[in-house]
Design a protein around this ligand. Sequence first.
Ligand code: NAP
Length: 490
Amino acid sequence: MTSTTLHAGLADIPTGLLIGGRWRAANDGNVFEVENPATGELLASVADAGPGDADAALDAAVAAQRSWARTAPRVRSEILRRAYDLVMSRQDWLAEVMTSEMGKPLAEARGEVAYAAEFLRWFSEEAVRISGDHTTTGDGANRIIVTREPVGPCVLITPWNFPLAMGTRKIAPAVAAGCTMVLKPAPQTPLTSLALAAILQECGLPEGVLNVVTTTDAATVVQRWMSSGKARKISFTGSTGVGKVLLRQAADTVMRSSMELGGNAPFIVCADADIDTAVQGAMAAKMRNMGEACTAANRMYVHRSLASEFSERLAARMAELTVGNGLADGTDVGPLIDAAGRAKVQHLVDDALARGATAVTGGRLPDGPGYFYPPTVLADVSPESELMSTEVFGPVAPVIPFDDEDDVISRANDTDWGLVGYVFTQDIDRAFDLSERLEVGMVGVNTGVVSNPAAPFGGVKQSGLGREGGKVGIDEFLEYKYLSVPRRRR
Ligand code: NAP
């Protein structure tokens, strides 16, 4: 099924459901519209799946599981490697698709394509390195032979903020491990996932291994999979609230669960920090993806001796940024994803201002179409402000002065989240000490960027379970099996 309503340049993307290797319309023929958040323009109509489609997709994944698990690792590896090459050869086109439906500037979208492609290459290398173990019991009576097997059919759910990378970060290790999948992308950004699925098909991924179900009724479709008893694993990236719903559902059929959830990252600038490095790190940690990132610096704790200079220099850098349509040359900051996302950011800023903060730059909604929000720096933010305990998900940097390291660590850890933290200091002992005391899964030391396919990405506390990427990323899709084999006694 190819829609006639596709925008020029997006016309090569299938807009149906991918089930058992075939693109088809939803059973009841329903579709939903995908919009450009910069302009409100309709980009495409995409199949809107219901429960029957969900069942068919999972059945296709279950049917393909056995033969896929037995497919040689080298074959699985080479499909991923071809996909890496093809994604990179279409980097500009995929970036345009992503910018059109999600809003990020083209340069950032190209960066995401490269980052996303690296997961395909990384796991193509891991596919042929799945190893087990062989030991002997303590009494010498038995051999212990440990093998690794694919978990089985997986449910993959992705958010809209990194539509390509959040897909490849799950699909690539699942393919490498020999698992089949049903993927439900976010309804704001389905085209990127559909384009990726078509590329994987082109690279020889067998029918039924990856099934893609687009829908506006996530709760029904996904609950169907969760309660089926046929899916063996859920890998979810999204908000902590939805993650908890899925964990409760997973309990009923005891599904393996990987959760990449929300964050509330503290960004700590110590008195001895290099201020240029700290401002540069703040720009990266705050402004990547317009602040719509789980890794975004949410609370900037700056030593009182540097706080004013830091706020002013950060505000000056933020004010220089060009806000506009991500497809236009020279745009640094695109729109937020939708009206609700922008209204939430505005509410958090208004609340902070009402509690005594000052806007060093930004803080006001612009006129005109599109869900734009200006880069904003808030000084003297009260600890009671809602944005201190809520993921802002927008280009807003609250700066809070601190005096004492013990106090800042206890404030930084005073949250249910624990995805990432950032520490800026020129003292190596202080860097290690503060990193060890932060209750997070990842720490950026004098850098505002932690994401890398070679590193284990993930959080502690209510930021998630498990890790994606790195040497351990494939483990999430593998089970151990142990064979006990008696030794012959002579
Ligand atoms: P979200 O509202 O939790 O949605 C994520 C996905 O879950 C979407 O595909 C959504 O579809 C689906 N979903 C919603 N309700 C569901 C339900 N009851 N059952 C099954 N699926 C359901 O999150 P978002 O707003 O898209 O993304 C932003 C969040 O993701 C932030 O909290 C961010 O920190 C987090 N995130 C975390 C990471 C990480 O690696 N830790 C990375 C990126 C983003 P619908 O939209 O149709 O409801």
